[in-house]
Design a protein around this ligand. Structure first.
Ligand code: ATP
Length: 376
């Protein structure tokens, strides 16, 4: 049976109403963990609302998994407090926190059928056989797996196994579900499809989800808010839009959208914006900032926010060096005259210039964020 769109093509899900709104808030304050004197997580604090989808995003070793494992109860923090709703769970064993988990490895029991795997957490809780059958049927239907209950995990595709793992986490209605790179082992097409399905289930049931990934695109698709982590700390915890439009550090600007950074010196402030004299020539208008005139700055602007214009009309003039078609988009690299590195643009394919062309570059002041040169 083809997996594509199994859940999205369906009508309202049976029994979704009985599970709806099961999410609870979660808070962490001052979380810290060191391993043999090396700080893995430091000063991590956050308030997550009931029904929110929050992602920890960061590169390898930034402390995402350690933070999630402290919330789960598998790693003991050196300091800090974790609350689920109003309840302090910091010193509780994992199984007493009532949280659900979905990890990259499916961790299904190979000798049990799909239905038995999903029933397992309910059996631990002592539900009657009839009630277990009913609830297992309900989540199987929700995950588009009706008819698969008697199979064993090895008779399923990777995507189906990951759905079973999701069912097993959902079935006992945990107030918060923790997911650590659950789609990391799947190919891109399946990952995209399951992202949509996870998001749909989360929204429909009002679940609180904390999700770990190093893939910024996945984080942007799924999350209400993203905590961008670096060196064990949260650089910024905000909505995807705020992270894009108001990155607080150069690291966030770069991590989210591979920003262009142009160095220069702050020239002057006006009431609404700030003028920057770029090192390679030209004046760029940025949103207003408090740095003093003369201050060295890096101006960050996302590739999708740089436009083309006639050579003399932009904040600088340059030569088109690279033009790469990516579906309906074209990625263009322009080398400003006198500059060492390229400015990257993303344009609709119909507006592609040709290599060698002389162009001007434009950007709205509101899309240009300044950082003091030493930051990031
Ligand atoms: N059990 C452990 N013993 C010693 N050091 C550890 C242990 N677990 C994690 N660390 C260290 O703590 C830091 C944070 O690791 P963590 O696994 O939380 O990062 P991460 O952001 O989840 O990375 P990845 O994406 O690679 O999983 C790393 O420097 C790591 O080497």
């Amino acid at each position: 049976m083809a997996e594509a769109g199994v859940m999205s093509q369906r009508g309202p899900r049976a029994g979704a109403g009985t599970l709806a709104g099961s999410g609870k808030s979660l808070s962490a304050s001052g979380l810290r963990k060191t391993y043999a004197g090396v700080v893995a997580v430091d000063e991590v604090s956050m308030e997550i609302e009931a029904g929110e989808f929050v992602t920890f995003l960061g590169s390898s070793g930034s402390g995402k998994t350690t933070t999630l494992m402290m919330i789960a109860g598998f790693v003991e923090p050196d300091a800090g407090v974790i609350k689920v709703g109003d309840r302090d769970v910091t010193r509780l064993a994992p199984q007493k926190r009532g949280l659900g988990f979905v990890f990259q490895q499916y961790l299904l029991f190979p000798h049990m059928t799909v239905a038995e795997n999903i029933a397992f957490p309910l059996q631990l809780r002592g539900l009657s056989k009839a009630e277990i059958r009913r609830q297992v049927g309900q989540v199987l239907e929700m995950a588009g797996l009706t008819g698969y209950g008697r199979r064993r995990p090895r008779e399923l595709s990777g995507g189906q196994q990951q759905r079973v793992a999701l069912c097993r986490a959902l079935v006992y209605r945990p107030p918060v579900i923790l997911m650590d790179e659950p789609l990391g082992a799947l190919d891109k097409k399946l990952r995209d499809q399951l992202q949509t399905e996870i998001k749909n289930i989360q929204r429909e049931l009002g679940l609180t989800v904390i999700y770990v990934t190093h893939d910024q695109e996945e984080a942007l698709v799924l999350s209400d808010r993203i905590a961008v982590m670096r060196d064990g700390r949260i650089d910024q915890f905000d909505t995807p839009r705020e992270l894009f439009e108001r990155p607080r550090t150069a690291f966030v600007a770069d991590f989210l959208g591979a920003a262009n950074f142009l160095s220069g010196r702050l020239e002057e402030h006006t009431a609404e914006h700030t003028l920057v004299r770029l090192d390679h020539g030209g004046i760029l208008m940025a949103r207003s900032h408090s740095y003093a005139p003369g201050h060295r700055v890096q101006a960050a602007v996302q590739p999708g926010r740089v436009g083309l214009c006639a050579p003399a009309d932009g904040f600088c003039t340059g030569t088109v060096e690279t033009v790469t078609y990516v579906g309906t988009l074209v990625r263009v690299g322009v080398r400003p005259h006198g500059a060492e590195s390229l400015v990257r643009l993303e344009l609709p394919a119909g507006r592609a210039p040709v290599a060698g062309e002389q162009v001007g570059l434009t950007a709205e002041a509101g899309d240009v964020t300044l950082f003091a040169e030493e930051s990031g």
